[in-house]
Design a protein around this ligand. Structure first.
Ligand SMILES: [Zn+2]
Ligand SMILES: [Zn+2]
Length: 333
């Protein structure tokens, strides 16, 4: 009998699904690409044809121009070659999906990136039992335990209200994290205008068009310095310490990232208020997900594989490292 999953071939540049003649999240241009989500390390331009959720396709169109696109809604099943393919929510960013592949009685789920915590900007992760679960491991170490998101947002609001002469500048990745921070602030009752760096505009507009309300957003570019006192301002992490931020009224520098759990990373960026808000599963979410999905095998794509490999071994789940290249961990967390 053939080895389990022998029809799935991992290459450094992506996962090749042989009987569909298609690639999942290839880092090189390919004839047929199935894309889990819009982050640049998973979704690249230049493929012949793309299959993805409408949300992911809208993000790809905004970034790379019009794609030769085949939208697949959550829960819809289509056939590609000899493989049944469906897209199921991954809870990572708007449009993010796990790709479910069924072939000759075997089911493989490629998770892309995911998290299990509620996120007001995207559909929650759905558990799909399968034979092989292909998972990320960005935060695959037991030290990574993300705190409750609401309490991190409350720390941000507390700081804002207790330093009335300043503003709080929050560094957040432009796709997903920025919109989530804004939406989480709205959920915690902050309905003041939130100001944004120009690099955020397009994706914030796109989220709103796709039905994620973000409240009143204003560009920093048009605002006088006095107007920004007591405000929250969202910018890409790269703008936190550059010339652009010097025009702001005595900003409290904050950053929203799973990496803010690591003190040294916060120091590197001179972050005064580190906010541990992540769009990736932490250690408990990774291991809980493997328990929930209960696969025969776990394949690990990117991140910190060793500890998760070891955990799988202890829990009698066969595990394998795929060593894919090109998946960044810095920017998107
Ligand atoms: Zn991602
Ligand atoms: Zn990733």
């Amino acid at each position: 009998m053939a080895r389990l999953g022998s029809w799935i071939e991992p290459f450094p540049e992506g996962i090749y699904v042989k009987p569909a003649d298609a690639w999942v999240d290839p880092s090189q241009p390919r004839e047929r690409a199935l894309i889990t989500h819009g982050h640049a390390d998973h979704a690249r331009g230049g493929h012949g044809a793309v299959w993805a959720t409408p949300g992911t396709l809208a993000i790809m169109d905004a970034r790379y121009g019009q794609q030769n696109a085949n939208p697949v809604a959550y829960g819809e099943t289509m056939r590609l070659g000899e493989v049944e393919v469906s897209f199921v929510p991954a809870g990572h960013v708007l449009g993010s999906a796990q790709i479910v592949l069924d072939y000759r009685g075997e089911r493989v789920v490629v998770s892309g990136d995911y998290k299990r915590r509620p996120d007001p900007t995207c559909a929650p992760f759905v558990v799909v039992p399968c034979d092989i679960f292909i998972t990320e491991a960005t935060f695959g170490l037991p030290v990574f335990r993300h705190p409750d998101t609401g309490s991190e947002v409350d720390r941000l609001l507390h700081r804002l209200h207790h330093e009335p002469g300043r503003c709080v500048l929050v560094g957040a990745y432009a796709l997903g994290k920025a919109q989530r921070v804004i939406a989480e602030l709205r959920c915690r009752g902050h309905h003041e205008p939130i100001y944004y760096h120009g690099a955020m505009e397009r994706l914030c507009n796109l989220y709103e068009q796709l039905g994620v309300p973000l409240g009143e957003l204003l560009p920093v570019a048009g605002a006088k310095k006095e107007e920004l006192v007591g405000r929250i301002i969202i910018c890409p992490p790269s703008a936190l310490n550059d010339r652009w931020s010097r025009r702001l009224p005595d900003p409290v520098t904050a950053m929203a990232s799973g990496w803010m759990r690591v003190r040294q990373r916060a120091r590197q960026r001179q972050v005064e208020l580190p906010l541990v808000i992540s769009d990736h599963a932490d250690w408990d979410e990774l291991t809980q997900t493997i328990r929930d999905v209960a696969p025969k095998e776990v394949w690990i794509t990117h991140g910190r594989e060793d500890a998760l490999m070891h955990w799988c071994m202890l829990h009698q789940v066969k595990a394998r490292e795929l060593n894919l290249v090109g998946y960044e961990e810095e920017e998107e967390d």
